[in-house]
Design a protein around this ligand. Structure first.
Ligand code: PEP
Ligand code: MN
Length: 349
């Protein structure tokens, strides 16, 4: 349930409402917007309390929310969430491009690719140190060493970093080295992992499970939010359909739907969403047109010899750079900003 108050409601009245809710043993989630303040109630609301709140001074409306997720919903939090990391704002109107290889392969490889991501105008370096492979005999990633290589490359080239974490035990070490932690499609409903990410202190990019509904994705996000971490991005990375021409079907509809249901930033992954290099450019542009707040795109200097099978969907560096040039022109048409000339990251001690 949510209690809505007007923008002129005095602070004492808001505090009285909060007190009345907390007295009944419920949790409060406060969202202050320009036009109104929304007080979200977490827990079971007795009809008597709802009636009492309705009568209180300053209350404009009391609305029952039937969705199973609360903190992730736009009802609870009408304004867009903006995640600020070292001066990069995700979800605030500036497009964010995360680029890099599927996997960190060596210090030289990630360093070279980081330089290219930076030169092209990307803000975030992607790369997996722990890889969730379908078969147990495939390359599983270089592990903790990879985290260190990536952190160094990010630092040297002034990029944020994002890497996948697969198990709760590795959350702390990944959080130590990376700026953003990625939950892969296969782990979207790994609830122990999601709970641990609720307290990791770093923003999380949560990929949609390849067979998950929007509701399931938002409930997965709710686990992280309910654990105390407000910095969650949702990522559409393609779903399983009957079509075999593409690796997955990038569900573009997910972008406006998730933006409508939730206040969390939405990122599109046209690389895994299509599995084909030639489709990454059009689907990147389509994602931006559909309202994505950012992109996560695979790029490799030698895709034919990449250590995962994802070379076929990885852009060559010049394609990546050309695409970002195009985004600079496209972004303003859809009300976003994007510049390939980046201001340096803001580091705080
Ligand atoms: C990846 O980003 O390299 C990856 C494994 O993604 P997904 O979980 O979407 O398959
Ligand atoms: Mn990949």
């Amino acid at each position: 349930m949510i209690v809505i108050t007007g923008n002129t409601t005095p602070e004492e009245q808001i505090q009285d409402i909060i007190l009345a809710i907390e007295k009944e043993g419920l949790q409060v989630h406060l969202s202050r917007g320009n036009d109104r303040t929304v007080i979200g109630l977490i827990g079971t609301v007795e009809p008597k309390l709802a009636e009492h709140l309705r009568q209180m001074k300053g209350v404009e409306n009391v609305v029952k929310i039937s969705k199973s997720y609360k903190l992730a919903s736009r009802d609870f939090h009408p304004e867009d969430t903006v995640i600020s990391i070292k001066g990069v704002n995700i979800g605030g109107g500036e497009l964010v491009v995360m680029g890099g290889p599927c996997a960190v392969e060596s210090a030289e490889q990630i360093d070279e690719i980081a330089g290219l991501v930076k030169a092209a105008g990307g803000q975030v370096l992607r790369g997996g140190a722990f890889k969730p492979r379908t078969g147990p005999y495939s390359f599983q990633g270089v592990g903790v060493e990879g985290l260190i290589m990536m952190a160094e490359a990010g630092k040297k080239h002034d990029l944020l970093t994002i890497t996948e974490v697969m198990t709760p035990e590795y959350v702390d070490i990944c959080a130590e080295y990376a700026d953003i932690l990625q939950v892969g499609t296969r782990n979207m409903q790994n609830f122990d992992l999601l709970r641990k990410l609720g307290t990791c202190g770093k923003p999380v990019l949560l990929k949609r499970g390849f067979s998950a509904t929007y509701d399931e994705l938002l409930n997965a996000a709710e686990y992280i939010l309910a654990g105390g971490n407000p910095n969650v991005m949702l990522c559409e990375r393609g779903i399983r359909t009957f079509e075999t021409y593409t690796r997955n079907t990038l569900d573009l509809t997910a972008i406006p739907v998730l933006k409508d249901l939730s206040h969390l930033p939405v990122i599109s992954d046209p690389s895994h969403g299509t599995g084909r290099r030639e489709l990454v450019e059009p689907m990147t542009k389509a994602s931006v047109a559909a309202g994505a707040d950012g992109l996560i795109i695979e790029m490799h200097t030698d895709p034919d010899n990449s250590m995962t099978g994802d070379g076929v969907q990885s852009l060559f560096p010049d394609q990546f750079a050309g695409l970002l040039q195009d985004l600079e022109k496209l972004a303003p048409i859809v009300g976003k900003t994007f510049s390939t000339k980046r201001a340096p990251l803001i580091h705080q001690n």
